[in-house]
Design a protein around this ligand. Structure first.
Ligand code: MRU
Length: 348
């Protein structure tokens, strides 16, 4: 499989995740506006992948303006930044990546054209490479916490498709599978976009990892029957007290895991930690169009006149989280202390 996203001779190429698993089609984005549309319309999704796409889009967008004077470059930069910042509000990796790019631009805004182009491109590629390293490291750290013959429940897609590769939650699954520890992965289908049924199952089966798709409402049933050993999910934003925003339905799973005495692990790189947000009440939750709930594959599934809500994420309170696994270590309660310590650690 080609990487989730790649910079190829001034075109950003990404697999169109809306078409999976039936078709493996690659989108070729020629400017930042096309990348912004791909993020907004979910052709590329998942917190780290959104950040990488935005960073590449900044670098690509600025290539057309690097020939201008400093004032022209600054105006162009602000416009490109704003278009990307408005694509999706919850995944903090988007804003983290944009901030890294902004700092690089500030340092090189008066540099010769080629130097500016090169600096921005290299920063975007560094964000991508660091994410892949982080996923591999989280995989190792998390796999050590997975018991033998584990039956793992996961939600949404926190895999290679949602990152530079390997994945966060699925990175743990992959690394544990390589150690021979995984008996079965239960993938929540994840209504309404079906990231679990379409993407997680696709990725895991390609790696030969046994996968069972269940509908979102079935998790409690399998937990009560003793068929699940642990829950592993990704995150879109982690507040400094350990509250976790992730795909809608994650909170219910955490409550169920607590009821059944199961570990609930959150796997996310430090780029998903939000030092500006003390607790989950400050996390913006994206509301997507009603039609994404009321229609399925182009057909109405509810009577005319029915309303719908579509919060794309929910917040799991920190008290339900067993541990947060990031590339710098494993944070356990009290999270206010352990997450800050990891952020301060080498590499921050
Ligand atoms: O709406 P999506 O598909 O972008 O939501 C993705 C998730 O909620 C993932 O679980 C999260 O981004 C972690 S990805 C490594």
């Amino acid at each position: 499989m080609r990487p989730t996203i790649a910079w190829e001779e001034d075109v950003i190429v990404m697999i169109d995740q809306r078409r999976l698993p039936r078709e493996e089609i690659y989108l070729r984005c020629r400017d930042h506006l096309e990348v912004a549309a791909a993020i907004r319309d979910m052709a590329i999704r998942g917190a780290p992948a959104i950040g990488i796409a935005a960073a590449m889009a900044v670098a690509l967008g600025m290539k057309r303006h690097a020939g201008q004077d400093v004032g022209g470059r600054e105006r162009a930069y602000a416009a490109i930044h704003d278009v990307l910042a408005e694509t999706r509000p919850t995944a903090v990796n988007l804003f983290w990546a944009l901030e890294r790019m902004r700092r690089r631009f500030a340092e090189t805004r008066s540099a010769p054209k080629d130097a500016l182009d090169d600096t921005l491109r290299r920063e975007a590629l560094a964000i991508e490479a660091e994410d892949l390293d982080a996923c591999r490291r989280m995989g190792e750290l998390g796999a050590a916490l997975v018991p033998e013959r584990a039956r793992i429940l996961t939600h949404c897609n926190a895999g290679g498709l949602a990152t530079a590769g390997h994945g966060t939650a699925l990175g743990v699954v992959r690394s544990a599978a390589r150690l021979g520890k995984v008996r079965m992965v239960f993938a929540d289908e994840t209504r309404p976009f079906l990231q679990g049924a379409r993407l997680t199952a696709w990725e895991l089966l390609r790696d030969g990892i046994p996968t069972t798709v269940i509908t979102d409402g079935m998790a409690g049933h399998f937990m009560a029957r003793g068929e699940i050993d642990l829950v592993v999910v990704g995150a879109d934003r982690i507040a400094m007290n350990g509250d976790v925003a992730n795909k809608i339905g994650t909170y219910s799973l955490a409550v169920l895991a607590r009821e059944h005495g199961l570990p609930f692990f959150v796997v996310a790189p430090t780029s998903t930690f939000d030092p500006e947000t003390p607790n989950g009440s400050g996390i913006p939750i994206e509301e997507r169009p009603q039609d994404e709930v009321l229609r399925f594959a182009g057909t109405s599934i509810a009577p005319e006149g029915a309303l719908a809500r579509h919060p794309a994420f929910d917040v799991t309170p920190h008290r339900l989280v067993t541990a947060v696994i990031c590339e710098r270590g494993v944070a356990r309660p009290p999270f206010a202390a352990s997450l800050s310590a990891l952020l301060r650690k080498e590499g921050a």
